[in-house]
Each structure stands twice: as C-alpha cells, then as structure tokens.
Design a protein around this ligand. Structure first.
Ligand code: GUN
Length: 168
C-alpha cells in the first residue's frame, strides 16, 4: 500500500487552496481542523464543513468570488484554470453572439436581483441547460437562491477534488 507523506500547512494550502474559487481561507480552516491528517475520502466533507460553519458574510464573499459565466473575466482570459476548464467543458467559450448576449442579460439581471453572481456547477451541462437553469433560478427568492449557490459551490469543489485525484 502506498504510504502518503503528510503535507505541510503550506503544501496543503497550495494543493487545496483553489478547490473553493479564490478562497484559500477554506483550506486554511481545514488545516486548522486537522486536514493534513485526513484521507482523500474525508477531505471533501472537512472542507465543506469549514464553509458551512463560516458566518454569512464569509459565505456571501465565497459566492461573490465566482466569475460570471461567459462574463468579462472569461472574455479577457482572466479566469482561474479551473473555472476556464469548467466553462469550456460546458461549451460556454463557444457561445454564439446571441447566446453571449443572453448570458450578459441574465448575469446582469441576476446580480441586480440577488447582489451576487449566478453560480452553477456547469461541467456536465450544455449551454442550453445552463441558460434554462439560469432563467428558472432568477425567479427564486434570495434566501433559497443563496442556499442553491452554496450547494452548487460544494458540487464544484467535489468535481475539482475528483479531477485532482487523476494527477496524484
Ligand atoms: N461553475 C463552475 N465554475 C464556475 C465559475 O467559475 N463561475 C460560475 N459562476 N459558475 C461556475
């Protein structure tokens, strides 16, 4: 059986700091709770519990750390590698001009209504499915939509951890 060397705090945060978009505080909190000593199977739950036990301001900041889908950061090439890969796997980088315009309208309407960006784990969805979910979720009330955003963020994290296992 392969014996894993325990990661130092810096190595742990370097490795897992991007699992939650632009939010290395999640990995830092997980380290404080013994993250360096848990196996891959437990790590996802530990990271998620650090988000779930954070205060509402930190949760809102985590949601706001996500770039718009097909947004300005994407057009300017300023996405993290993870986000760029997720958006590309859903074909968002290949939108028609009409689809880009639809994303722009929906991103603006969503931010205007909720005060945070639309977040969806898009890796296994098509552009059409994403746009349909976008329109549906725009009709939700803010507290429910905040819970949905956090659930999607946990799913994004799960997929990122799963992808990392491939390159162990
Ligand atoms: N779903 C997967 N990655 C992302 C992202 O970076 N931003 C948003 N808004 N949704 C995502």
């Amino acid at each position: 059986m392969k014996t894993e060397r325990k990661l130092s705090r810096a190595e742990f945060v370097r490795r897992y700091g991007g699992v939650y978009e632009h939010s290395p505080w999640v990995a830092e909190a997980a380290w404080e709770r013994g993250g360096g000593g848990v196996g891959a199977g437990e790590l996802r739950g530990l990271l998620a519990s650090c988000v779930d036990s954070a205060d509402d301001d930190a949760k809102l900041a985590l949601i706001c750390a996500h770039p718009d889908l097909a947004g300005r950061a994407a057009v300017r090439g300023e996405l993290t590698a993870d986000s760029a890969g997720e958006q590309a796997s859903a074909g968002i980088d290949r939108c028609t001009p009409e689809e880009f315009e639809r994303f722009r309208q929906l991103n603006d309407a969503y931010r205007e209504k909720f005060g945070f960006p639309f977040v969806m784990a898009v890796r296994h969805s098509s552009r059409q499915q994403i746009l349909a979910a976008f329109e549906r979720r725009l009709r939700n009330e803010a507290p429910a939509e905040m819970r949905t955003a956090l659930r999607e963020i946990h799913e994004i994290a799960r997929l990122r951890l799963e992808a990392m296992a491939d390159v162990n």
